[in-house]
Design a protein around this ligand. Structure first.
Ligand code: CS2
Ligand code: MN
Length: 357
C-alpha cells in the first residue's frame, strides 16, 4: 500500500491545521520542513524534535521532509560550498535522530517552481496556478521577483528574503554555470552527502525542475527521463533517489509519465501526484487530479504504481483553490483532500479488480 501523506507548512505558517488534515481519509503522514530556515542554515536537533513531536502528537508520522534546500554556493560550485555541505550533512544526521526516512530536495538555480499567475480562473469557477509561456519568457526576472515578494504574505519555498535580495548577483554568477557545470556540481554534492545519508538510513530524493526547462537563461537539468538516468548514474547508493513528481515533469508533453513511472517508480521513495492541462502554445494550468481534467494520465500512473506494489510515500501535489478558500497558492485543504480520495479510489479499484487487498 502506498503511504499517503500531506504537505504542511507548520504552525502559524499554514492556513491548514493538523486537526483538519486528520479528517482526510487514509492520510498517515505529514510532509514537513522547518520553513523559517534559509538554505545553508543548520537544522538543530532541538528544533527538529519540537516540530516532529507536534506532528506525532496528532497521530501522524513525520518520515518525509520537503525540502532541505541546497545553498546556492553548492549549485554554483563556489569555494565556500564545502562549509555548506558540512552543514547539510549535520542536518541529515540530526533528521535521522527522529527517524526521518526521506529528504526531498531540488537543484534548481535561484527559483523553485515558477508561474505567471497564482490565481488563474478555471472554467469551473475555481482558480489555480498558471504558467503563461510568453509572459514568463518575456519577463524581466527582477520585476517578477519584486511582484511575487510584495503580493505574498506567507513565506514561499525557494523564495527566501535572503535570495530575493541577492538576485542580481546570482544571475551574474550563473553566467559561468551551464548545464554541464551544474551536473558536475550536483555530482560533487551527492558524492559528499550520500555516504552520510546511507549511514543514517535516509534516502535523498531529488525533485524535478518545475517547469522542466530553462527559464530566465538559467541552467536546469532535472527535466526528463534522460536526467533521471543521469542522476542515478552519479552513484548507485541506495540513498540516491528521486521524487517522482507528475506535474513537474509532465508539463513537458514529451515526458510520458506512465512510461517514466514504469521505469523509475522503483527509484522513487516519494511521489507527488498532480495534473496539469497543457495548451498548444506551451502554457499550462494546474487542474484537479482527475485524469480527464488534464493532460497527464494520473490513473495510468497510479495503476503503474499498483502494478509495482508501490509502498513509497505519496502526496497530492498542488491543488486548485476551491470554495473561496484563502490559502497558500496551490496548498489549500480542499482540492488536495479530493486528490487523496481520487488516489485511494484508483488504488482500491485496482485491487478489487485484481482480487487482492
Ligand atoms: C513544489 C516544489 O512541485 C512541488 O512540489 O511545490 O516547491 C517542491 O516542493 C520543491 O521543489 C522540492 O524541493
Ligand atoms: Mn512536486
Amino acid at each position: 500500500m502506498m503511504n499517503i501523506t500531506f504537505r504542511w507548512y507548520g504552525r502559524n505558517n499554514d492556513t491548514v491545521s493538523l486537526e483538519q488534515i486528520k479528517q482526510i481519509p487514509g492520510t498517515k503522514g505529514i510532509v514537513w520542513a522547518l520553513h523559517n530556515k534559509q538554505a545553508g542554515e543548520l537544522w538543530t536537533e532541538e528544533e527538529i524534535q519540537n516540530e516532529v513531536a507536534y506532528i506525532h502528537s496528532h497521530g501522524f508520522h513525520a518520515d518525509v521532509v520537503e525540502s532541505v534546500n541546497v545553498h546556492e554556493s553548492i549549485k554554483l560550485g563556489l569555494p565556500e560550498r564545502d562549509q555548506f555541505i558540512e552543514i547539510y550533512k549535520q542536518t541529515i544526521r540530526n533528521l535521522s535522530k527522529v527517524g526521518v526516512k526521506v529528504i526531498c530536495y531540488n537543484f534548481m538555480p535561484v527559483f523553485d517552481w515558477t508561474r505567471s499567475d497564482l490565481h488563474h480562473p478555471l472554467p469551473d469557477g475555481s482558480t489555480a496556478l498558471f504558467y503563461e509561456k510568453a509572459k514568463v519568457e518575456g519577463i524581466d526576472p527582477a520585476e517578477l521577483v519584486k511582484s511575487i515578494s510584495e503580493s505574498s504574505t506567507l513565506t514561499m519555498p525557494g523564495w527566501e528574503p535572503e535570495r530575493l535580495a541577492k538576485i542580481t548577483d546570482l544571475f551574474a554568477a550563473y553566467k559561468e554555470v551551464d548545464d554541464n557545470k551544474l551536473w558536475k556540481n550536483l555530482a560533487y554534492f551527492l558524492r559528499a552527502i550520500l555516504p552520510i545519508a546511507e549511514e543514517c538510513d535516509i534516502q535523498m530524493a531529488i525533485h524535478p525542475d518545475d517547469p522542466p526547462w530553462s527559464i530566465f537563461g538559467l541552467p536546469r537539468i532535472m527535466t526528463g527521463g534522460d536526467s533521471l538516468e543521469k542522476l542515478l548514474a552519479i552513484s548507485d547508493s541506495p540513498s540516491n533517489r528521486i521524487t517522482f513528481c507528475t506535474g513537474s515533469l509532465g508539463a513537458n508533453p514529451e515526458n510520458n509519465m506512465v512510461k517514466l513511472a514504469e521505469k523509475y517508480a522503483k527509484y522513487s521513495p516519494f511521489a507527488h501526484v498532480r495534473n496539469v492541462k497543457i495548451f498548444e502554445n506551451g502554457d499550462f494550468i494546474e487542474t484537479s487530479h482527475l485524469t480527464e481534467d488534464g493532460s497527464i494520465d494520473i490513473a495510468g500512473v497510479v495503476q503503474t504504481l499498483a502494478d509495482q506494489q508501490y509502498t513509497g510515500y505519496i502526496r497530492p501535489d498542488h491543488g486548485r483553490h476551491l470554495w473561496n478558500e484563502d490559502c497558500r497558492p496551490g496548498y489549500g485543504l480542499y482540492d488536495r483532500a479530493l486528490g487523496i480520495m481520487y488516489l485511494l479510489g484508483l488504488w482500491d479499484a485496482y485491487h478489487m479488480k485484481n482480487g487482492v487487498k
